[in-house]
Design a protein around this ligand. Structure first.
Ligand code: FE
Ligand code: FE
Ligand code: ZN
Length: 276
C-alpha cells in the first residue's frame, strides 16, 4: 500500500523524501507554495533528481501536490479571482518539474454567487488554463460544504468535470473527513457510498485519499480534521474504508493534526492493521 502524510518541502525535495522514509511513508503530500498564498519557490532540478532516485529505490507511490487554500477559482472579487487564475497556471507549469505527481485543489467557494455560478467559474478557469499537454492529473478534492464551498456532493464534482474540455486530465481526491462532514454515511453504508461515487463520477477517476478523522459530527458541513480514532468517525470505519478493494491501491495521505512523530505512529498503526 501507499501511505504517507502531509510534509513540508521547505528544505528541498530530497530532504522531504528522507523525512517520509524515516516515518515509514512511501508517498507524501506537499504544498505547491505557502498555503496561505504567496509565490512559489523555483523547483531545483538537481534536488528533484536525487529525490526521484530515492523514491524509486524505496518503491514510492505517486505524490500529491496541494494548491494553496487561498486559491479560489470561484471568487467574486476580481483581485482574488485573478490571483487564483495566475496561481493555477503557475502551479500547473511548475508541476512539470515533478513528473507523475498529482495536483490536488479545492474546487472553490462561490461566496454567495451560487453553486451553479461557482461551477461555471471553476470549469472556466480550468478550460482557459489546460493545454492538454500536461503530464499531471488534476484532482478535485471532495469538500465538506463549509461556508460556500463548491464540490461537497459527487454531483457537483461531476458537473465540473462534465464542463472541462480535457476530461482525461481530471480526477478526484476523496477526503474521509470532508465526505463525512458533507453527509456521506460510509460508517454504515460503505458499499452504497462507493457505488454512488461510481455511478455519478466513476471510480476510475478516484486517484487519492486524504485520510482524516473528524472533530465535528456527521453532516455538519464543517471541516475540522482529527487524529485517527480520536474523532467522531472512529478508527474502525476508517480502516474498513481503506481496506475496501477499490481504495486499497490508492495513495493514502494523512492530514491529521500531527507533528512527524504523530504521523509515524499513525502510519505504523495503519500498516499494522493492513498487514503490511
Ligand atoms: Fe485540501
Ligand atoms: Fe483534504
Ligand atoms: Zn479539510
Amino acid at each position: 500500500m501507499y501511505i504517507g502524510c502531509h510534509l513540508s518541502i521547505a528544505k528541498g525535495f530530497e530532504s522531504a523524501v528522507k523525512e517520509a522514509i524515516s516515518i515509514g511513508a512511501n508517498t507524501f503530500q506537499f504544498f505547491t507554495r505557502n498555503p496561505r498564498g504567496g509565490s512559489a519557490r523555483a523547483a531545483d532540478p538537481q534536488d528533484y533528481a536525487k529525490a526521484a532516485e530515492l523514491m524509486q529505490a524505496n518503491r514510492f507511490g505517486p505524490l500529491l501536490a496541494h494548491a494553496p487554500y487561498t486559491m479560489n477559482l470561484a471568487a467574486a472579487d476580481p483581485k482574488v479571482f485573478d490571483f487564483a487564475k495566475r496561481s493555477f497556471k503557475e502551479d500547473l507549469e511548475r508541476m512539470e518539474a515533478f513528473p507523475a505527481t498529482l495536483y490536488n485543489f479545492h474546487p472553490g467557494s462561490h461566496v454567495g454567487q451560487g453553486v451553479e455560478k461557482g461551477i461555471e467559474l471553476i470549469s472556466g478557469i480550468i478550460n482557459e488554463t489546460l493545454t492538454g499537454n500536461e503530464t499531471t492529473t488534476l484532482l478535485l478534492e471532495t469538500m465538506s460544504g463549509k461556508g460556500s464551498e463548491v464540490g461537497f456532493t459527487f454531483e457537483q464534482l461531476r458537473e465540473i468535470i462534465d464542463r472541462v474540455n480535457y476530461q482525461e486530465k481530471m480526477g478526484v481526491c476523496l477526503d474521509t473527513c470532508h465526505i463525512f462532514s458533507a453527509g456521506y454515511d460510509y460508517i454504515h453504508q460503505l458499499d452504497q457510498v462507493l457505488e454512488e461515487f461510481d455511478k455519478i463520477i466513476g471510480l476510475d477517476r478516484l486517484k487519492a485519499i486524504h485520510f482524516n478523522d473528524s472533530m465535528t459530527p456527521f453532516n455538519e458541513k464543517k471541516d475540522r480534521h482529527e487524529k485517527l480514532g480520536k474523532g467522531l468517525i472512529g478508527l474502525e470505519p476508517l480502516i474498513r474504508f481503506i481496506e475496501h478493494p477499490v481504495i486499497r491501491p490508492l495513495p493514502i495521505l494523512l492530514e491529521t493534526p500531527n507533528e512527524p512523530e504523530g504521523y509515524a505512529e499513525e502510519i505504523a498503526l495503519i500498516k499494522g492493521r493492513m498487514g503490511v
